[in-house]
Ligand binder design. Structure first.
Ligand SMILES: [Zn+2]
Length: 231
C-alpha cells in the first residue's frame, strides 16, 4: 500500500534527487557515487577519523534535509555512509570487531525544539539498523549512548567561523563518571553527521580522555575536504 501511495505522489510531485534536484531520482547516479566511496582515514586530535564523503555543494542539501527537515531518505543516506565506516573501523582496529558503542554528539535544546526531534540520536538509530541489516554472523552488538553533557550554554555552531566554533565549545562538554563502566568496556566510536572545523568532535575527544577513555575513532558521514588526502 505504501508503495502505491509513493507512486501516486511521484506523479503529483516527480521525484527529485535529494542532492542536486535532478528529476526522476530520489538520489541520482552522480550523487550516489559521491556517497558510496570507501572510508577515508584521517586524524582528529590523534584519534582516527573515518568518513566516506567530502562535504560539498552536492552533499550539503542531504545533510540539511536530514537535520532540519527530518527527511528519512536523507537520514538513511547518512546512516549508510556512517555504518560502512564504523564497520571498517571495527574490522581494522578492534579486538572484538562485532561490538561497538556509538556515542551521540548532543544537540542544543533549542535545535531539538526547532527541529521537533533529536536528529543526531535518530541518526544513530538508523546506523544501528544499517549494521544489523548487514549482519551475516548474528554476532553484532551495536548500542548507542549519549554520555556528553553540556557544561554551559553554547551557540549553534552553524554561522560561526572556525575560531569562533573552537571558542564556543572550548571546555563545554563533560562525561559524567557514571558512564565510565560502560565506556571502558566497549569499542567507543564518536559519531557525527558532518565534520567541518572539527571543534565539536575535538571537544568530545577531550571530554572522554579526561575520564581516561580513549575512543576507537570518530566516524562522520561527510567531512570538510581538508580531511581528505591531496591527490
Ligand atoms: Zn543528484
Amino acid at each position: 500500500m505504501f508503495g502505491a501511495i509513493a507512486s501516486l505522489s511521484d506523479l503529483i510531485y516527480p521525484a527529485q534527487c535529494l542532492g542536486c534536484r535532478t528529476l526522476g531520482f530520489s538520489l541520482c547516479p552522480r550523487c550516489t557515487r559521491l556517497w558510496s566511496g570507501r572510508p577515508i582515514y584521517s586524524q582528529l586530535s590523534g584519534v582516527r577519523l573515518l568518513t566516506t564523503t567530502k562535504y560539498s555543494e552536492q552533499v550539503a542539501p542531504i545533510v540539511l534535509a536530514a537535520k532540519e527537515r527530518g527527511s528519512l531518505a536523507a537520514r538513511e543516506i547518512l546512516a549508510d555512509s556512517i555504518a560502512r565506516s564504523v564497520q571498517a573501523l571495527l574490522i581494522e582496529s578492534a579486538a572484538n570487531p562485532y561490538q561497538a558503542l556509538l556515542l551521540n554528539i548532543p544537540s542544543t535544546q533549542s535545535a531539538i525544539r526547532r527541529r521537533g526531534e533529536n536528529h543526531s540520536w535518530a541518526l544513530l538509530g538508523e546506523v544501528q539498523k544499517c549494521l544489523r541489516r548487514g549482519d551475516k554472523t548474528g554476532q553484532w552488538e551495536i548500542s548507542r549512548v549519549s554520555p556528553f553533557q553540556l557544561l554551559r550554554r553554547v551557540k549553534d555552531q552553524s554561522g560561526l567561523d572556525p575560531e569562533e566554533r573552537r571558542q564556543n565549545l572550548h571546555m563545554a562538554l563533560t562525561v559524567p563518571a557514571e558512564h565510565f563502566p560502560i565506556l571502558v568496556s566497549n569499542n567507543v566510536v564518536i559519531v557525527d553527521d558532518v565534520v567541518t572545523s572539527g571543534s565539536t568532535c575535538r571537544e568530545a575527544i577531550r571530554a572522554l580522555l579526561a575520564l581516561g577513555i580513549v575512543p576507537l575513532g570518530v566516524v562522520a558521514a561527510c567531512a570538510s575536504p581538508t580531511y581528505f588526502p591531496v591527490r
